[in-house]
Every structure is written in C-alpha cells, then in structure tokens.
Design a protein around this ligand. Sequence first.
Ligand code: ATP
Ligand code: MG
Length: 245
Amino acid sequence: MNEGIRGTSYAQAGAAAPLASLRGVSKTYHAGDDEIRALRGIDLDIAAGEFLSIAGPSGSGKTTLLNLIGCIDVVDSGDLFIEGRDIARMRKSGLADFRRERLGFIFQSYHLVPVLTAVENVALPLELLGVPGREARDKARAMLAEVGLSGKEERFPSRMSGGQQQRVAVARALVKRPALVLADEPTANLDSTTGEAILDLMQAMNERHGTTFVFSTHDRMVMERARRLVSLHDGAIMADEVRIS
Ligand SMILES: Nc1ncnc2c1ncn2[C@@H]1O[C@H](COP(=O)(O)OP(=O)(O)OP(=O)(O)O)[C@@H](O)[C@H]1O
Ligand SMILES: [Mg+2]
C-alpha cells in the first residue's frame, strides 16, 4: 500500500474494530454570511459486510455524510476512522491514495467517461492503480460479465440505457475489490423496475464478495432493501434500525 497512507491501526492494537467509525462528526458549510450546519455530531459505526442505507428528507445531510465517509470532503470536527486509519487527520495526498485503493463510488447520474467504452470505463480504476492494460481489461471484462453486460463491452455510454450505464458504474466501483462502496441515490434516475435490478445487483455483490455498501436514498423501495437503515434529520441521526429479512 502507498506510503502516503498513515494512521493508527486498530488491527495493530489487536482489537476488533468496525470498518468505519464516526464520533461527533460535524460539518458546516458557509454560504456568504450564512452558516449551514449540515451534520451535527454524528456517531456511527459501520461493520465490514454491511448493506446499509442512509435515508432522510432533502437537505438532511445524506450527501454530506457520504462525501465525508468517501474522503471526498473533510470533517470540521470529530473523528473518522476507516480501516483503522485516522481519516480526519490524513493529508490530502494520503486521502487520495486511500480513496483510489480502498473505496468505490456509484453516482446518481452514473458519471461514466463518455469517450471510453464500457470495458475501458471499468478498466480505468485498475489502470490508475498501475495494473497493466491487458490485465486491467481482462478483469474489467470479467466484472462486466458479473453485472450481466457480456457482449456490451465495446459500447460507449451514449449507446446504453440508464440501467446498463449504472451496471457499468457498479462494475467500475467493484473491479478493484474495494473495502467499501458508497452510492449516493444510485437509483434516483431509474424507473422502479430498473432500480430494483440495480439493488439486486448491489446485494449480490455484497453477498458474493463481502463488499460493504453504504447508499443514500429517498426511495422507500430502496430503504426496504437495506439490512440496516440509518435515518437523518437536520444533520442528526434520528433512527438506526437493523432489519430482519
Ligand atoms: N456546498 C455546499 N454549500 C453550502 N451548503 C451546502 C453545500 N452542500 C450542501 N449544503 C447544505 O447542507 C445541507 C445538507 O445537504 P446535503 O446535500 O448533504 O443533503 P441531502 O440529504 O443529500 O439532500 P438531497 O436529498 O436533496 O440530496 C443542506 O441544507 C444543503 O443546502
Ligand atoms: Mg443528496
């Protein structure tokens, strides 16, 4: 692993630890003279292998929370540990390395690179990690087969449906076998049948590979699929339920 990544390791301390741990995490945005307290003292532990949904009304802080856990943004105060690393105190370069190596992302609007084919999009995260081109493309093809896109490897995003593009995005998020996948409203642009199929796929990947998923949603159907549902309101956790399926 890259030398830029440092931090106290729970594993070294010999204690069992959650995959991600937040304590008293707060985030305030400044817009002109206004202060918007997007998150107020979040305490949350996420265990390896969870399939967890963050729900809550618009503006409740879901995206802000995912961006902090995803190391896209930094906490104002509080502690954030992922895989024992002290994320809140890591340097930007270390954070970027950690994100590239250990985290996967799925976005509401897919965010595929339009000038790259499906297989090139999925190979990209591996190439960024230094995997040789041919090996990266072979792994990308295998991952596309897993998400049901055999035969579509050479398609450009503009020639695929929204559901197919999101399958490519799921393959891209998983191809490097990340510890944690973060998905901000992954089904919001899809009709309910296609959205269910993407949830089926995410759940299959969670079960097959043990990858931890944290996804946000407004959608009741998506919430119903989570094994654990964390509800935000005004930047605070209102409920945290483990669901029995
Ligand atoms: N970059 C920003 N600058 C200023 N305020 C922001 C910024 N990003 C978010 N906010 C504010 O922070 C609060 C939380 O926003 P956030 O986007 O996390 O909510 P959300 O739950 O994801 O909402 P939605 O369901 O609409 O996506 C809101 O009041 C929002 O207006
Ligand atoms: Mg949001």
